[in-house]
Design a protein around this ligand. Structure first.
Ligand code: ATR
Length: 273
């Protein structure tokens, strides 16, 4: 019997997840499918009823549903609770279980792209305090890395830092240049790179020579921040790897095989951007 999985979002046609999972299905010769399904917010409860019928083994959740599905899941794992968002669903015995693999996607991407990155990542500057920052803050915290959380709206950084707890110091984007000389890692979680815009007044030249700069945006692959970092001779890791690595655990749960993030997979997805 064909094992079925999905990605839900609204809209959904931009998602690269079908390409990733279908590439792995073909590679492993698995009788499975992975389909994008456009689910508007008001149709989510009915979709969850459909899930409980057992039609699908599970699937992914993308924008704008990562928070809304929280309340519809029968169980949410502790990590996803801390992050406050669900991106992966597994259906088991008529129950929908929610988890968050963005956390592991972020760590997997850095582990693969910059081995031993943690050694020089203390402290880390995280730019942006929206939904995408949450999984990254929890991931950095689990590796005991203190964070300066800088955001355009200081109050948002303050409330997110208080919500996550631990060694997260909120600040304004204008604090960047003063904090840069001590920072080993800079993570951009804002959508600013999507629009080709730069952070005003940032002097990347103040970062240590061995600093690492990463961006979660992968369209374009070379965001203005990464381009500027490269021009300074700094190490960079782009955001595409996070997308590829977050997909591993879902595939393993639905299809029973742990897939690899290979250069060939990366090339296939890169060609679709
Ligand atoms: P979410 O990730 O929850 O969908 P968002 O509205 O997309 O939220 O914003 C994500 C982050 O990008 C926020 O930290 C936002 O800063 P504010 O809290 O001040 O809105 C940041 N952001 C978006 N556009 C930005 C810009 N042009 N300059 C600086 N930060 C920006």
């Amino acid at each position: 019997m064909t094992i079925k999985a999905f990605v839900i979002g609204h809209p959904i046609n931009h998602s690269r997840s079908p390409l990733i999972h279908r590439t792995w299905l073909a590679e492993h010769g698995i009788d499975g499918s992975y389909e994008p399904i456009d689910v508007p917010p008001d149709a989510l409860p009915a979709f969850f009823d459909r899930l409980r019928s057992g039609e699908f083994a599970g699937g992914n959740v993308t924008i704008p549903h990562k928070q809304a599905v929280f309340a519809l899941c029968d169980e949410v794992d502790p990590l996803a609770r801390t992050i406050g968002a669900v991106n992966t669903l597994v259906v088991r015995d008529g129950k929908v279980l929610g988890s968050n693999t963005d956390y592991l996607g972020f760590l997997g991407n850095l582990d693969a792209g910059a081995p031993q990155w943690e050694r020089s990542a203390q402290p880390t500057i995280v730019l942006g305090a929206g939904g995408a920052a949450r999984a990254i803050l929890v991931a950095l915290q689990n590796r005991q890395i203190p964070v300066h959380l800088l955001n355009r709206t200081l109050a948002t950084a303050e409330s997110l830092a208080a919500d996550i707890g631990g060694a997260i110091t909120p600040g304004a984007l204008s604090d960047f240049n003063a904090l840069a000389p001590a920072a080993g890692l800079v993570v951009n979680t804002t959508s600013i790179g999507l629009h080709g815009t730069r952070f005003e007044g940032f002097d990347l030249g103040r970062l240590p020579d061995n600093a690492l700069v990463t961006d979660i945006v992968y369209v374009p692959l070379l965001t203005p921040l990464l381009a500027d970092a490269k021009a300074r001779g700094l190490r960079t890791v782009d955001g595409l790897g996070m997308l590829l690595h977050q997909a591993v655990l879902g595939f393993a749960a639905w299809f029973g095989v742990t897939p690899q993030v290979t250069p060939a997979l990366r090339r296939v997805v890169e060609a679709s951007l």
